[in-house]
Design a protein around this ligand. Structure first.
Ligand code: ZN
Length: 167
């Protein structure tokens, strides 16, 4: 599916950013892109971006919803059907709180702890809307959160494209 080399984190992050660009601009959320990878088979398992699926959906959430649909399991049983050595690239770190009351992406990816080994993030979540406490929670569960530098400017300009009075 891809010619990106395993371990070329910046190239994978660029792919996530290209997904974020497909997200419709809105004043009240970040346009984020995410790619979930099987780090053993070096396969893309799913891609997603903010508002890709109906509802107030986030990028990571869309990845997991698509996989649940594909495997015909509820999202809380995804771990049973997914590979055991996965990594996630996301342009903005997974949210730990949602004003809408939806399940935060940190909770969703925590359900994959043990199988999901590392989350590579392009930028840590700007704390405009909520304070992100997810990083510690994830690391406590054995999911490493690693910053991939060098694309921050592009990521933030895409993320906030619909925001009034910014960029
Ligand atoms: Zn989220």
């Amino acid at each position: 599916m891809s010619t990106i080399e395993p371990g070329d984190h910046k190239a994978w992050m660029r792919l996530a950013l290209s997904l974020a660009e497909q997200s419709p601009p809105k004043p009240s959320n970040y346009r984020v892109g995410a790619v979930l990878i099987d780090d053993e088979a070096h396969e893309v398992l799913a891609t997603g971006y903010t508002l890709e699926l109906p509802g107030n959906t986030h990028a990571e959430q869309c990845c997991l919803m698509k996989l649940a649909e594909k495997h015909g399991v509820p999202q809380d049983r995804l771990k049973e059907v997914l590979p055991t050595n996965m990594i996630l690239y996301t342009t903005v770190e997974p949210c730990s709180k949602r004003l809408s009351g939806n399940l935060p992406c940190v909770e969703r990816v925590l359900a994959l702890a043990g199988s999901l080994r590392t989350i590579y993030v392009g930028v840590f979540e700007p704390e405009t809307f909520v304070t992100n406490t997810g990083r510690k929670t994830l690391e406590g569960a054995g999911v490493a959160v690693v910053h991939v530098g060098g694309l921050e400017e592009g990521i933030l300009s895409v993320a906030t494209a619909g925001h009034v009075g910014e960029g």
